[in-house]
Design a protein around this ligand. Structure first.
Ligand code: C5P
Length: 243
């Protein structure tokens, strides 16, 4: 998965719409993210179709179950030969280690183990919810909880975490600069009125030390998705050279 290419979130209700969308890019190789919406309706065949076209696949299924189940499920995902997968950090360090083991077991002999990244706190989780529902003591902030989960993830052998671009630098300072930070919440300019709150432009995300950008609606819903993708990619690449 090439860091210089933003990962396009293929949040479409079916494979036909997803494939029509990627085919707008002709033979250009893309990094794409398949989430639950698309995978639950199409299954592995959408992975095969996109791989056949040469695209790199981030399969974002956010696994969270008992360690043994997660281990077996990760082995199945590794057999699909995707490039990146996700798991929920609140499942605990035993589950996270099992996820890495399963992924390693399922990787074909001459293949490359997919990058595995953790979901720490969902960006939709509010500080109030962390206190009232997860019973996290008021002396800890949401950001401290994110960093703590990132530390656990690294110890368990994960390659990185998903976070808001605004948290990327703090995570790297706490956990290490080799730990990968994948950031959604990317917008072309900061006049955003959709549901993402903790956002940054590709340029800002590069300076905040993001490793990979995930971009959905600013590209998929754009009047001209190809131009919008290239503008955001250029902005990101220019800033990567500056940092
Ligand atoms: O359309 P938008 O650019 O907001 O899409 C962002 C993508 O990243 C969506 O697929 C969303 O599910 C995903 N995501 C996120 N925040 C997280 C984890 C994943 O927005 N914390």
């Amino acid at each position: 998965m090439k860091k210089e290419l933003p990962i396009i979130a293929l949040d479409f209700p079916n494979g036909r719409e997803a494939l029509e969308f990627v085919d707008l890019f002709n033979s250009e190789r893309l990094n794409v993210k398949i989430g639950m919406e698309l995978f639950y309706i199409e299954g592995p065949k959408i992975v095969y179709e996109l791989k056949k076209r040469g695209h790199h696949i981030f399969l974002d299924l956010k696994l969270h179950d008992i360690p043994n189940t997660v281990k077996s499920a990760m082995a199945s995902l590794a057999r699909l030969e995707v490039d990146m997968v996700t798991v929920h950090c609140p499942g605990g360090s035993t589950m996270l280690k099992a996820a890495v083991e399963g992924l390693t077991d399922g990787t074909p002999a001459n293949g490359k183990r997919p990058i595995i990244v953790g979901i720490t706190q969902l960006t939709s989780t509010s500080p109030e919810q962390v206190h009232t529902e997860q019973l996290v003591d008021h002396k800890y902030t949401l950001e401290e909880s994110v960093i703590h989960y990132a530390t656990i993830a690294k110890k368990a052998g994960l390659d990185g975490v998903v976070s808001s671009p605004l948290e990327a630098k703090h995570i790297k300072e706490a956990v290490g600069y080799d730990f990968q930070v994948i950031t959604p919440g990317i917008r072309p300019e900061l006049s955003n009125d959709d549901d993402q709150k903790r956002i940054a432009t590709p340029h800002q995300a590069a300076h905040f030390m993001s490793d990979y950008l995930v971009i959905g609606r600013p590209i998929t819903q754009a009047v001209d998705p190809v131009t919008s993708y290239h503008q955001m990619k250029d902005d990101w690449n220019k800033a990567l050279l500056e940092r």
